[in-house]
Design a protein. Sequence first.
Length: 279
Amino acid sequence: MIHYKTKAEIELMRISNLLVSKTLATIAAIIRPGISTWELDQVAEQFIRDNGATPSFKGYGNPAFPFACCISVNDAVVHGFPTKAELKDGDIVSVDVGAFINGFHGDSAYTFAVGEIAPEVKQLLRVTKESLYKGIEKATQGNRVGDIAFAVQHYTEREHGYGVVRELVGHGVGRHLHEEPQVPNYGKRGTGAKLKEGMVIAIEPMINLGTKNVYHDKDGWTIRTEDGKAAAHYEHSVAVQKGAKADILSSFTKIEAAEKANANLCSDYSNESIQAIAV
Ligand code: MG
Ligand code: MG
């Protein structure tokens, strides 16, 4: 059953989602070679709790997910466990965050580059993020879930030859983290649930550089690419509207600004070290 939200409920969901976005921006500001994903998770959990919310993912599912964030590095697509291993220059890190406050969940994800990444991986990140917005463009009243799915798949798979993960999908979100309908990243136009005003859905392309095939790590949670190549994941929670584009409740604006500032800071550091060597 699909739970339609009132305008007031959507405003509450905006609060939950913007808190998730700010949490991701906090991570964007500190992610760098040498930091561990365990540290990132600690910072995120503290930030969520300091803002009066609880992390949606901690304790979720069976076996219970043990951390605040899903942090998936390189070939890990989603649902990765934070670890104490240090991130290295050239890694990519997908961080998926949920926050529960005022009775509603926020859910959003972003893939970060650590230092300088390979050009083919940089393109994967760009195209996956673009595919999210192509999906969102189709999320208007009167369209169907398949229209979103087709838009994501066509852009990533047909136009760029990437692998679209089949086993994991986006979803409705609200009082529960996962509600109906399911929102796949592959499918046929004009099929699936009809989109109606008041639906809030998490659209989340999970796109692989190589094969679409994935496997379950023995930790019971982490999903990895079968060929070991990189995977990217971007997610927004959006409210479907009548006669207008979807209202994006989460936001990448602060994340992208922090990402830029962080990259400049890192290159300043490297300039400093070059000068030190020259002296
Ligand atoms: Mg998520
Ligand atoms: Mg989600």
